[in-house]
Design a protein around this ligand. Structure first.
Ligand code: NAD
Ligand code: MG
Length: 260
């Protein structure tokens, strides 16, 4: 999908990977970009607008865990933009000590934003169709014992997005769904990490594990996400690691046939 002239929504766009995605969408010619985030980042938003004076940048302060709030947010975006072509759901947190909040933000937030957006994007409702990209993680694929709660929400995102990335649904809706799974990335996400893990006794070991990991930049991850938008492969799951992006080979496990 070319981004030129398209209208996009980015959740979690006030910082980290999301901000880089919003920035790159604008520099690649997106017409209008809406950023949904709990937090402000006035300095960066002023810069974004100054760098793209002929494009629209809409900032909405909203919690993705708030279903009614997110529904109202999409209504507002569509009223202002006219339509939505691209959604990149990036908002997420790490805090395994707060199970409820992690579920509501990481998994609930992706569901709230995706399900609200698709109503407006759906061709059956007069939308343009388009592409929704959901942010998982490599730890949603490969279990990492120190972060089971976060990992489970990221695994859930993959299944949710693959369910929707179904060609029969695409024929009706015109919407494609893709999951991205970056490896460790340099952002604020893991600040005070050892205070947010559920087994503090493993924190020495955790430090060692984290230290060994190669960490990529948010800019590189965003570049890979834009290349995934270009590929438009419905239902695909991509790993993003060190400037590289590659699709997973996923085969069906269940046949539904009787065994001999
Ligand atoms: P970050 O903390 O820099 O950015 C997350 C953004 O989401 C922030 O701007 C934050 O304010 C926003 N946000 C958090 N909760 C929100 C809510 N309830 N409603 C709206 N906005 C909310 O972290 P990041 O590393 O850029 O993370 C972005 C996404 O990438 C997350 O989903 C994360 O799980 C995922 N991810 C991160 C890494 C990594 O190593 N950093 C690796 C793989 C996947
Ligand atoms: Mg971010």
């Amino acid at each position: 999908m070319a981004y030129r002239g398209k209208n996009a929504v980015v959740t979690g766009g006030a910082g980290g990977i999301g901000l880089q995605v919003a920035r790159q969408l604008l520099s690649n010619g997106a017409a209008k970009v809406a950023i949904i985030d709990l937090q402000d980042n006035l300095e960066e938003f002023v810069k974004l607008r100054a760098a793209h004076p002929t494009q629209s940048v809409m900032i909405i302060k909203m919690d993705v865990a708030n279903r009614k709030g997110i529904e109202a947010t999409y209504e507002e975006i569509v009223k202002t933009f006219g339509s939505i072509d691209i959604v990149v759901n990036v908002a997420g947190i790490f805090n395994d000590k707060d199970v409820q909040r992690t579920l509501l933000v990481n998994l609930g937030g992706i569901m709230n934003s995706t399900l609200s957006a698709l109503q407006y994007m759906n061709k059956e409702n007069g939308g343009n169709g388009g592409l929704i990209v959901n942010m998982s993680s490599v730890v949603g694929l490969d279990p990492m014992f120190i972060i089971p709660v976060y990992g489970a929400t990221k695994a859930g995102i993959i299944n949710f997005t693959r369910c929707l990335g179904n060609d029969q649904f695409y024929q009706r809706s015109g919407i494609k769904f893709v999951t991205v799974c970056p490896g460790a990335t340099m952002t604020d996400m893991f600040t005070n990490f050892t205070e947010k893990i559920i087994f503090p006794e493993t924190s020495d070991e955790t430090y060692k594990i984290l230290d060994r990991l190669n960490k990529q930049s948010a800019t590189d991850v965003a570049r890979c996400i834009l290349s995934v938008l270009d590929k438009e492969k419905n239902g695909a799951v991509y790993v993003i690691e060190g400037k590289r992006v590659f699709p997973l080979e996923l085969k069906q496990q269940w046949t539904g046939k009787e065994h001999a």
